[in-house]
Design a protein. Structure first.
Length: 263
């Protein structure tokens, strides 16, 4: 099954850690999506991209923005997606969609088929998939989701950074929502919601479970398994500091759309 949805991604893999997974999964992505576009950092070597190129993906290189300014790369990826002529795109970090396609291909195929029914479809996680992440990520992202719910009135998981976007909604975001921070997780849907002109929805998925361990199979094995490896991550105060900074930017982005008379 090939949908008429374009897959557009951001990607950063300076150590080629995802090359083997790309080799396995790129053909499956091409089976699901008619077109694939990847906005990749200059630090990612050509070798890491070979499987994607062989599968027909269009590669666009640009400097890294850093994770806090990731909104700039996301905007570029969104623009590249609609420049293919697509009526709808699935925007997703490449590492996430590789994991999704490898372990939950049927779900990804089904979700891709649902995207054209919406202008903006937030792809979140089931409770199990959400809780598969380290505590530093779960606890801080839960704060963002709670604030988003207060501002939007919708209790959706908005922090998985995966979205189905129509061409007209993408054009509106690019023209009118200049956020270049990682806060685009919340600013894009809140910006569209405020217009009242777009069909916005959300779906909880299993496939957006924790994917970062795919990059480090040897480290996970050396730690004694995925739970022990995640425990090491949670024991690092710097991980919490980084996640708290991301959450702060996301909450600030949501606050910009809160009613001015809010207490």
């Amino acid at each position: 099954m090939t949908t008429h949805v374009t897959l557009t991604c951001v990607h950063h893999d300076p150590e080629s850690r995802l090359r083997d997974q790309s080799e396995r999964v790129a053909p499956e992505l091409r089976r699901i999506f008619s077109t694939i576009v990847v906005r990749v950092t200059d630090a990612t070597p050509d070798d890491a991209l070979t499987p994607l190129v062989r599968s027909g993906a269009a590669i666009h290189r640009a400097p890294s923005c850093g994770h806090l300014r990731l909104g700039r790369a996301r905007r570029e990826a969104l623009r590249l997606g609609i420049e293919t002529g697509a009526h709808h795109v699935l925007f997703c970090d490449l590492d996430r969609v590789l994991h999704w396609a490898e372990y939950y291909a049927a779900e990804l195929t089904s979700v891709a088929g649902l995207i054209p029914a919406y202008d903006f479809l937030i792809l979140g996680r089931t409770q199990r998939a959400f809780e598969s992440h380290p505590r530093a990520q779960c606890d801080t992202e839960a704060i963002v989701n709670r604030v988003f719910a207060r501002v939007s009135g919708q209790e959706w998981d908005v922090t998985a950074a995966a979205r189905g976007v129509s061409r007209r909604a993408a054009a509106t975001i690019l023209d009118g929502c200049p956020d270049e921070t990682i806060g685009t997780d919340v600013s894009w849907p809140l910006f569209l919601q405020r217009t009242g002109l777009y069909a916005i929805g959300a779906i909880a998925t299993e496939g957006l479970e924790y994917e970062t361990a795919d990059r480090f199979p040897e480290d996970v094995a050396a730690a004694g398994g995925i739970d022990a490896w995640k425990a090491r991550i949670d024991a690092n105060p710097r991980e919490w500091s980084m996640r708290l900074e991301i959450a702060r930017l996301e909450v600030e982005a949501a606050a910009a759309y809160a009613p001015t008379d809010a207490p």
